[in-house]
Design a binder for this molecule. Structure first.
Ligand code: NAP
Ligand code: GDD
Length: 339
């Protein structure tokens, strides 16, 4: 049988690298789209030992002609759109850029598929951030969206566009509504990686303490390598449908700090409230964690807790890695840098 050919946009990102590894294990020909001013290049592919197995092509979500050329000439069986301005914090200072990339960028891809590659199956990286401050106790595919950040609003636009192209033009396109997922390859701007990286710096005396913003928001954290398999499963279905992918557990940022600190050998005692709250190590009395108002956002998603029963039933997908195993993977990877 002919090998399938897939385009992964955002190949230099966390999920791009793990998805490339996964598709290669399924004998796909993997083409990675990378924007030309890419900062991180392909270090994640190198970490996974697959940099020579993926052909990287220029791919810029802001550039319609570039997108049309790649899709028209590529004749892809599947396209996974993982490229995005993905940091919620930055979307407040760059709302126009974020919308152009995350919202209109997806319309550019859908138009290219509609005109030049109608048989290509398309996966869009939607997000639990779209639920915003929805009142639901656990969010699933029928929970209403109440986005509160420019990032979430841009992603919701793309999410509805994908639905529209599916209904109007009979294109196989769907969205995975993925809850937060992390890994040793997570970008340092996201809170889990920041916690793991900075606590290691404190442990090995390169930093005096870790500074954080809101430690009371709750997130449903899973492991990226588990989640990319669900993306692939969505494109193997008979019918294109959207699915929630989550770990089914929720923890505060503070819980995550406590768990990671324990793994590194700190025994934290918390004291104070609000901006004065801090955590000291019981043995040394040294301040390990501080709160800094510069890390608070103008609006916050306080609570995310997903329900992926539909994925379990229809995709036979369940998460394999729990939060403690995830933290162990991330901490061990970080500690290696100091040994
Ligand atoms: P990531 O590590 O930040 O990767 C984002 C990728 O998009 C990078 O390769 C980045 O390139 C690329 N990119 C940014 N702007 C671009 C543009 N204008 N044109 C082309 N490429 C561009 O994100 P991730 O964690 O792997 O997430 C993958 C996708 O899933 C994103 O769409 C994200 O919004 C979504 N998502 C993530 C999570 C999560 O918890 N990780 C949850 C739900 C949804 P550079 O390397 O040059 O910056
Ligand atoms: N980044 C960061 N840095 N977040 C902090 C900090 C800090 O110093 N202190 C507290 N937080 C809080 C944020 O306010 C937020 O409530 C929570 O930690 C998680 O922040 P991030 O790790 O930046 O992730 P996110 O939930 O905003 O967004 C991630 O998950 C979405 C899915 O729900 C990103 O991966 C998005 O791309 C993704 O769509």
């Amino acid at each position: 049988m002919k090998n399938k050919k897939a385009l992964i946009t955002g190949i230099s990102g966390q999920d791009g690298a793990y998805l490339a590894k996964f598709l290669l294990s399924k004998n796909y020909i993997v083409i990675g789209g990378e924007r030309q001013n890419a900062s991180g290049s392909t270090w994640r592919l190198k970490e996974l030992g697959i940099e020579n197995k993926v052909k990287v092509v220029p791919f810029e979500l802001l550039e319609e002609n570039n997108i049309v050329d790649v899709i028209r000439l590529g004749k892809f069986d599947e396209i996974y759109n993982l490229a995005a301005q993905s940091f919620v914090g930055n979307s407040y200072s760059s709302p126009i850029f974020t919308s152009n990339v995350n919202a209109l960028g997806v319309t550019r891809i859908l138009e290219a598929i509609r005109h030049f590659s109608k048989k290509t199956r398309f996966y869009q990286a939607s997000t639990s951030e779209m639920y915003g401050n929805s009142k639901s106790n656990r969010q699933n595919e029928i929970t209403s969206f109440e986005p509160v950040s420019p990032y979430a609003i841009s992603k919701l636009y793309a999410h509805w566009m994908v639905n529209m192209y599916r209904d109007a033009y009979n294109i196989f396109c769907c969205s995975g509504i993925l809850f937060n997922h992390e890994s040793p390859l997570r970008g340092g701007e996201f809170v889990t990686k920041k916690i793991i990286r900075d606590l290691a710096r404190v442990k090995y005396k390169y930093l005096s303490n870790l500074s954080l913003g809101n430690i009371y928001s709750k997130r449903d954290w899973g492991y990226s390598e588990d989640y990319v398999e669900a993306m692939w499963k969505m494109l193997q279905q008979k019918k294109a449908r959207d699915f929630v992918i989550s770990s089914g557990k929720t923890y505060t940022v503070k819980d995550f700090v406590n768990k990671a600190s324990k793994y590194y050998g700190f025994d934290l005692i918390w004291e104070g409230t609000g901006l004065s709250e801090k955590a000291l190590d019981k043995k040394t009395k040294k301040v390990i964690v501080r709160i800094d108002k510069k890390y608070f956002r103008p609006t916050e998603v306080n609570y995310l807790y997903g329900n992926s029963s539909k994925a379990k039933k229809n995709l036979q997908w369940s998460p394999k890695t729990n939060i403690d195993q995830l933290i162990k993977k991330m901490c061990d990877h970080e500690i290696k840098k100091y040994k």
